[in-house]
Write a protein that binds this ligand. Structure first.
Ligand code: PMV
Length: 318
């Protein structure tokens, strides 16, 4: 019997960029994220003669999924699979589709193949496929840090129900994947050591800002982490430029809003979309302001989402 699971992308407020040299796809820095609600990946797993992957209604050869399955098969009995995976948002454009994708896949697979994995084990296996996927196993506020590099929930979404307004400035796939971008930065950015040091130092204060619901502190820390990560990307050789002109215009718009008293801050991942994190009462102002920025195609408003879980596709909207 086929099994379907759904997981949500997450947005890191303390950013992950860079990997350890030892095996296991271990991050070089800790990270802290929020899981989103309205965006999701829905993945169905079923038996097949040979592995087949249908991504957004197209039969594809997906190298990342192939690599993840070979890796997982080193320790788990996973028969040949048919995987049908659908995102309700643009794939590989800086919206963390690999995070929700691998979290949904390992969650569906766990039930379908009766693997008996705990949440921690699913987080571990998801991380081996994509670092940020470890965090999408859980809802709310989630930390991924050493020495175990298993994601752990820091606070449930009810603790501080913030909103995220995403300004979509491009629907195309990104030019450099995060894995190769990270390797390039590690090899060539003169800022990389400073990045790993300051990110490690930034974990406890950010956790504290979340526990205290201190918006001003979280805004300052999250924007600093985002801009420093992009400084590392830009200072790689050749420099990685994930922004377009509209991305930068959105950042100015968010800063202008905050100066005028609207509780909002920004973050940007390895792509051109801007995520504006705000208090619920600020959502209409943030949506209106971002939609006036030239180049913004549309905005998507999210609340905070829950854990990766099995769903009944008959009872749930696509
Ligand atoms: O998990 P990956 O390989 O897709 O890398 C994610 C990297 C960033 O999205 C840029 C930052 C993060 O912490 O999610």
């Amino acid at each position: 019997m086929a099994v379907t699971a759904r997981a949500h992308p997450n947005v890191a407020l303390l950013k992950y960029w860079g990997k350890q040299t030892r095996a296991g796809n271990l991050p070089a820095v800790p990270s802290l994220s929020i899981t989103l609600d309205s965006l999701h990946t829905t993945t169905t797993v079923d038996a097949s003669q040979r592995d087949a992957v249908i991504l957004n209604d197209e039969l594809v050869e997906d190298a990342k999924i192939g690599t993840a399955l070979s890796l997982w098969r080193q320790t788990l009995a996973i028969p040949p699979l048919k995987i049908i995976s659908t995102n309700n948002f643009p794939t590989a454009a800086g919206l963390a589709s690999s995070a929700s994708g691998f979290a949904a896949l390992i969650t569906a697979l766990n039930i379908w193949a009766d693997l008996g994995l705990s949440e921690a084990q699913r987080s571990d296996l998801a991380r081996q496929a994509s670092g940020s996927a470890a965090r999408s196993i859980f809802g709310g506020y989630v930390e991924l840090s050493g020495p175990d590099w298993l994601a752990v929930p820091v606070a449930p979404r009810e603790h501080w129900p913030l909103n995220v307004v995403i300004a979509i400035t491009s629907e195309s796939r990104k030019a450099t994947s995060s894995s190769s971008g990270m390797r390039l930065s590690q090899r060539t950015s003169a800022f990389f050591d400073a990045w790993t040091r300051t990110t490690a130092e930034g974990l406890a204060p950010m956790r504290e800002a979340i526990m205290q619901r201190d918006f001003a502190a979280l805004a300052e820390q999250a924007e600093a982490s985002c801009l420093m990560m992009h400084a590392v990307m830009l200072s790689s050789r050749p420099g990685l430029m994930y922004w377009n002109p509209s991305t930068l215009a959105c950042l100015h718009q968010v800063r202008d809003l905050r100066s005028s008293g609207v509780p909002v801050f920004f973050t940007v991942d390895a792509g051109p979309q801007v995520k504006a994190i705000c208090q619920p009462q600020a959502v209409p102002d943030v949506v209106a302001a971002l939609n006036t920025v030239p180049g913004v195609l549309r905005t998507v408003t999210c609340g905070l989402g829950g854990d990766a879980t099995r769903i009944d596709p008959e009872l749930t909207d696509r």
